[in-house]
Design a binder for this molecule. Structure first.
Ligand SMILES: [Zn+2]
Length: 445
């Protein structure tokens, strides 16, 4: 008999949904982890003889799923959660968000807001976020302090802010931050031009060239509102997507955020270019932007990941909520109860997001060789009983409050819904100070 193979951790959950292969739920299986990597996914009985774990985590009432991937957020905007509700996008931006940002958004604001977002996301089983905001160094610092994976946006917008003066300045600063964080394994960078209506053709051409040179994905709001499309036709004689195709943006690893207003030809164009969608159903509902045609997207092989958008337009960074909303909206708008089923929802919140970020070799499913980004959800509470199908519960019955354990890169990050970080209390005190500042400036307008 061979001696047992040493591993750092053996997790034995009641159920496991690895996401790869698709629509499979395993019972009485185990995950072995060594040096932050998944070494094996195998039946529990086999794992017991094959491995000698230094630590074990027995999860008798839990389902283990891959860490959730939030494909679109503005993490630091947690500090503006609930500052202005019930307004349409352009009024919300112009009357509430942009003035508050002009006054307050600095490196400290971004660091503290991103810390708050990272804590909220980890507690809800999100282990990787694709972020778009200003002060990328401050955001990278926050995510790496908490130990969460992130793709930091190198934001580009034509108008000046406290952070940068023009599009070239944004790009220069974003690229310099990317260089500084080169050696941090949890942090990557992507280009994040804000939207077609805030970025010029010249800047897009520059971004396309750099994205090809550096192999970075490009992440941008697109076709969020009907107004955006009308304005583009008036200004450029083209719908935004056609303009982006002309400028070569669709030939990058392009992630179209929202993509609410698309015709069939545009869905086919995005699929033909192997682009990805960051579907943000709650934000689209709250800002009354519309509903993205996800059933038609999936039918044409277009990759659909899920995003929360920022906490000022959601107001939760909660992918359990996004899975549920995505599933329900797809059904009600297509009159097809089979549209966006539970496994489509789970895949969107995990592997599809990882693929969009070109990180599916590392994360997105529970497969040997990938990083151990794992989430345990307890299904023992009354509201999750009985349990005929753990996948059904994840999408329709459970919530982020049922997340008990989160690992990133094999390291424990939460226990019993608390993030293992020694500064949780100080952070909340600090957030109260920001609240006072923001409230004073709002009432002085
Ligand atoms: Zn957004």
């Amino acid at each position: 008999m061979h001696p047992a193979e040493p591993v750092d951790l053996l997790i034995t959950p009641r159920w496991m949904i690895p996401v790869e292969p698709h629509a499979v739920t395993l019972e009485d299986h185990a995950v072995a982890v060594r040096n932050g990597r998944i070494v094996a996914v195998c039946p529990r009985a086999e794992a017991e003889t094959r491995f000698a774990p230094a630590e074990r985590e027995d999860l008798p009432d839990h389902v283990l799923i891959p860490g959730l991937v939030n494909l679109h957020t503005h993490a630091a905007m947690t500090l503006m959660r609930g500052i202005a509700d019930d307004l349409p996008l352009m009024r919300w931006l112009q009357e509430a968000i942009w003035p508050a940002e002009a006054k307050h958004a600095n490196a400290e604001f971004v660091r503290d807001g991103t810390l708050l977002a990272a804590i909220e996301m980890l507690r809800g089983g999100i282990t990787c976020a694709n972020d778009m905001y200003f002060y990328p160094d401050a955001a990278a610092e926050a995510f790496s302090r908490i130990g969460m994976r992130a793709v930091i946006g190198m934001t580009v917008i034509e108008f000046p802010t406290g952070y940068a003066s023009d599009a070239d300045d944004y790009l220069r600063k974003g690229l310099a931050a990317r260089d500084r964080w080169r050696d941090e394994p949890l942090v990557r960078f992507a280009f994040a031009p804000h939207a077609p209506y805030t970025v010029s053709d010249t800047s897009f051409e520059h971004i396309v060239q750099l994205a090809h040179e550096l192999g970075c994905p490009v992440h941008m709001h697109l076709h969020e509102t009907a107004q955006e499309i009308d304005d583009s036709i008036a200004r450029y004689g083209q719908r935004p997507l056609a303009r982006m195709e002309r400028l070569g943006l669709l030939d990058t690893d392009f992630i179209a955020v929202h993509a609410v207003h698309l015709d069939l030809h545009e869905i086919e164009t995005l699929a033909a270019h192997n682009c990805s969608i960051a579907h943000c159903p709650t934000s689209n509902m709250k800002l009354a932007s519309g509903v993205a045609p996800t059933r038609a997207m999936l039918a044409r092989g277009l990759r659909v990941g899920l995003g929360t958008d920022g906490a000022a337009s959601n107001n939760r960074l909660d992918l359990f909520q996004e899975m549920r909303h995505a599933a329900l909206l797809a059904k009600v708008t297509s009159s097809d109860a089979a549209a966006f089923d539970v496994h489509d929802a789970l895949r969107s919140a995990t592997l599809a997001g990882a693929e969009a970020l070109r990180m599916d070799g590392e994360i997105g499913s529970i497969v040997a060789g990938k990083a151990a980004d794992l989430v345990a959800v307890s299904l023992s509470s009354p509201e999750c009983s009985p349990c005929f199908s753990p996948a059904s519960h994840i999408v329709y019955a459970a919530g982020r409050e049922h997340v008990t354990h989160v690992w990133v890169d094999g390291k424990p990050r939460t226990r019993d819904n608390t993030v293992l970080w020694e500064h949780n209390k100080e952070l909340l005190q600090c957030v109260r100070v920001w609240q006072t500042f923001l409230k004073e400036s709002a009432s002085s307008q």
